[in-house]
Design a protein around this ligand. Structure first.
Ligand SMILES: O=c1ccn([C@H]2C[C@H](O)[C@@H](CO)O2)c(=O)[nH]1
Ligand SMILES: [Zn+2]
Length: 137
C-alpha cells in the first residue's frame, strides 16, 4: 500500500525539521508521476516570515530534480520531540495548497496522517475549491 510507505517517508522527513521558533515539526513526502518520492521538512528562519513549510520544501525539491507532475503527498506534523501518533492531522496551509495545485491539480491525493495507520485522505480539489491555476492565464 503506497499510502503507508509515503507516510513513512513523511515521518523520516520530519526528523530533519528545523523549527527552533515554533517548535512544531512537519514532514512531507511527495510522490511524483515518475514513481520517485521527494521529502520535505519545515525550515524556519530568525526572520520569521522567511520560514518554508514542509510541503513546499518537497515541491521545490521535486521540481529541482526534474519532476513536473505530482500524484500524492503525505503530511505529518507535531510538536518537536513528540512521537507518532500525533495529536492532530496536519493539513497543508493555504499557500502550500496553492503551490501544490500548480503541478498536482485537483486530483492530487493529500494524505494527512497521525501515524502510518491513522490517516485521512482528500483530493486537492476538495481542499482548494475554485482554485486559481495555470489554465486561467
Ligand atoms: O502545513 C503546514 C503548516 C505549518 N508548517 C510549518 C511552518 C512553520 O515552520 C511551523 C509553524 O507554523 O509549521 C508546515 O510546514 N506546514
Ligand atoms: Zn504551508
Amino acid at each position: 500500500m503506497y499510502r503507508t510507505e509515503l507516510i513513512h517517508e513523511a515521518l523520516k522527513a520530519r526528523e530533519n525539521a528545523y523549527c527552533p521558533y515554533s517548535h512544531y515539526a512537519v514532514g512531507a513526502a511527495l510522490l511524483g508521476k515518475s514513481g520517485s518520492v521527494y521529502r520535505g521538512c519545515n525550515v524556519e528562519n530568525a526572520s520569521y516570515g522567511a520560514a518554508n513549510c514542509a510541503e513546499r520544501t518537497a515541491v521545490y525539491s521535486a521540481v529541482a530534480a526534474g519532476e513536473k507532475k505530482f500524484v500524492a503527498i503525505a503530511i505529518v506534523g507535531g510538536l518537536e520531540g513528540a512521537q507518532p501518533p500525533f495529536s492532530q492531522f496536519a493539513f497543508p496551509c493555504g499557500v502550500c495548497r496553492q503551490v501544490l495545485w500548480e503541478l498536482g491539480g485537483e486530483k492530487l491525493l493529500v494524505i494527512v496522517a497521525r501515524d502510518e495507520d491513522n490517516y485521512q485522505e482528500y483530493t486537492l480539489g476538495e481542499l482548494l475549491p475554485e482554485a486559481f491555476g495555470p489554465e486561467k492565464l
